[in-house]
Write a protein that binds this ligand. Structure first.
Ligand SMILES: [Fe+2]
Length: 282
């Protein structure tokens, strides 16, 4: 992909200043054990952020971006969940519907802290838009090509780590459901809801309200491949064997098999013959 803008993009020193700010900012939320719940949850998101930055690095390397664009992508990954810390401290939950839209809150924090003031108006707008929309079901219409690219990069990098986290959670739950320490939102019934199967078969995004069971949630994760923006991301999914791991949680039934096969088939078609050729997914 061509370098879209050469001038006025995030320099290495500016990225380093943001990283330093972020570390300090997060440190301010730790209570050193006085509030164990808060400490644990802050740590989760601090570690998540570090991994999303690494996923971003892996996605963007070899995409042909300029150094400055890579720095901007790193800044977006670093700041994407900046709203999480205030959210958990104030509302004691990461569930947006029960508290606040954490993307929006993130943008408010960036404004309040003024940490993007040294960047150009263009960079500032790109970062704020990608923080705002990183976890929305879809991106808004009408974003310019450049802004859309950074939004999509953040969404892909975030998804990669969330996949890893959720697979780990499912595994821990099945290994020892009695001692599972996170909220289990869905029923552990062995069924899969037909509307979810339909959506995945039709490559449609699932309306999250249709999710009733853990298996529904697992199938939805498989369907994420249709919401991935870059072939680098799909290749990472394949390399980490995320799809196989998720499929192994699901019962063996013909209708479900059909949906799983369609997902694997799509991924093979997308990256089958271009395993090392980076390109956006049409
Ligand atoms: Fe997020």
């Amino acid at each position: 992909m061509m370098a879209l803008l050469q001038e006025n993009y995030v320099k290495k020193t500016e990225l380093e200043a943001l990283q330093k700010w972020f570390t300090e900012y997060v440190r301010g939320f730790y209570t050193n054990g006085a509030d164990d719940f808060l400490d644990r949850h802050v740590r989760l998101k601090e570690e998540h952020t570090a991994r999303v930055c690494e996923e971003m690095r892996l996605i963007t390397e070899g995409m042909g971006l300029s150094r400055e664009e890579e720095h901007l992508a790193q800044a977006a990954a670093l700041l994407h969940d900046v709203g999480r810390f205030e959210q958990i401290r104030k509302y004691r939950t990461y569930a947006d519907p029960k508290s606040v839209n954490h993307g929006q809150l993130g943008v408010e924090i960036l404004d309040k802290e003024g940490i993007l003031n040294d960047l150009s108006a263009n960079e500032r707008a790109i970062l704020k838009t990608s923080v705002h929309w990183h976890s929305a079901k879809t991106l808004p219409e009408g974003l310019d090509e450049q802004t859309a690219m950074f939004c999509k990069l953040v969404r892909d990098a975030d998804k990669l780590d969330v996949l890893d986290l959720l697979i780990g959670n499912f595994r821990r739950y099945y290994d020892d459901p009695e001692h599972f320490d996170l909220e289990v939102e869905f029923s552990d019934r062995p069924d899969v809801s037909e509307p979810v199967i339909q959506s995945v078969l039709n490559r449609r995004l699932v309306d999250y309200r249709q999710i009733q069971t853990l298996h529904d949630a697992q199938l939805v994760l498989l369907g994420w491949v249709y919401d991935v923006n870059f072939s680098q991301t799909l290749r990472r999914i394949v390399r980490k064997q995320y799809l196989e791991q998720i499929a192994a949680f699901l019962p063996d039934r013909p209708r479900l098999r059909q949906a799983i096969d369609s997902v694997f088939c799509y991924v093979r078609l997308q990256i089958g013959d271009s395993i090392d050729r980076p390109s956006p997914i049409a």
